[in-house]
Design a protein around this ligand. Structure first.
Ligand code: CP
Ligand code: NVA
Length: 306
């Protein structure tokens, strides 16, 4: 069976560090425009049931730079789970391709895709989690701080797929993670329990943005209404109004803090324009590192498979 990349917690800390070091190496090669072609003659199918800018462009650019061919399959192309059973797509693509990357709604569907696939499947976001994003984020924090020791990350807003992946990272790498969300919008309870049981990281739930951010090394936020929830946007805007990341809130940390957002951002809602443009905002470094982290994931998985 090939190894897949579905949850950060599927990897132990040594494996995660190996991928992070590989990402740095491959990033240097990319920045120097070195000739690095581990995927010559190989192909990647990218299945998107939801929209994307970063995930599509970073996977396609990265894989093609490494010598391979990436195929984009949009929401109207293959009708995964509608026109055809998910497990049939797994088996058909296993005969053509070397890697599958998929962005789907239901998390069960990516599990099913992986279960029946003979080639590695990479999770490009589901309603439940977004592991490629958080791997790129921790790479970015490591680059900025030089280490991950004593790291406190405070997330403000919806306890969504981004947060669940932060929790899954915390199961393997030690950090202090605070999720500050309105009642009823907390992250997945089972994932919180797994993090707490792991004893690796400390976790706090809060509803008080000003006290939650105290002493934070990183303030992180995401849209209040994720893809598939846009009809709730108006209602959510009221519920989340006090959770906006603005200059006043950032100052409450009492120390130099980095601001992060997975993007796309809705400026003026979850974050102000001023914070997005501040010198402590590293949102574009994060976006850049999507590609380098994913290149490392693909190289790592293909080494295990070959
Ligand atoms: N952060 C992220 O996954 O962006 P896209 O939705 O544009 O791919
Ligand atoms: N929570 C957001 C993340 C986008 C990258 C969403 O699922 O829409």
């Amino acid at each position: 069976m090939p190894k897949h990349f579905l949850h950060l917690s599927d990897y132990n800390s040594e494996e995660l560090w190996e991928i992070l070091h590989l990402a740095k190496e491959i990033k240097t090669k990319f920045c120097n425009r070195e000739n690095y072609k581990p995927f010559e003659g190989r192909s990647l199918s990218m299945i998107f049931a939801k929209p994307s800018a970063r995930t599509r462009v970073s996977f396609e650019t990265g894989f093609e730079w490494m010598g391979g061919h990436a195929l984009f399959l949009g929401p109207n192309d293959i009708g995964i789970g509608k026109r055809e059973a998910i497990k049939d797509i797994s088996r058909v693509f296993s005969r053509y391709n070397d890697i599958i990357m998929a962005r789907l709604f239901d998390h069960k569907h990516i599990i099913e895709l992986a279960e029946h696939s003979e080639i590695p499947v990479i999770n490009g976001l589901t309603d439940y989690n977004h592991p490629c994003q958080i791997l790129a984020d921790i790479l970015t924090i490591w680059e900025h701080r030089g280490n991950l020791e004593g790291l406190k990350v405070t997330y403000l807003g919806d306890g969504n797929n981004i947060v669940n992946s932060w929790l899954q990272l915390g199961i393997r790498l030690p950090l202090h993670f605070v999720c500050c969300s309105p009642e009823g919008y907390e992250p997945d309870a089972k994932t919180i329990k797994r993090l707490e049981d792991s004893g690796v990281s400390s976790f706090e739930l809060s509803q008080e943005p000003y006290s939650a951010v105290k002493n934070s090394d990183v303030i992180y936020t995401d849209v209040w209404a994720s893809m598939g929830q846009k009809e709730e946007a108006e209602e959510r805007e009221k519920v989340f109004a006090n959770y906006q990341v603005n200059q006043k809130l950032v100052k409450q940390t009492g120390k130099e803090t980095l601001f992060m957002h997975c993007l796309p951002a809705e400026r003026g809602r979850e974050v102000t324009n001023r914070v997005m443009e501040a010198n402590y905002s590293i949102v574009f470094d994060q976006a850049e590192n999507r590609m380098h982290a994913q290149n490392a994931i693909m190289v790592y998985l293909s080494k295990l498979t070959n």
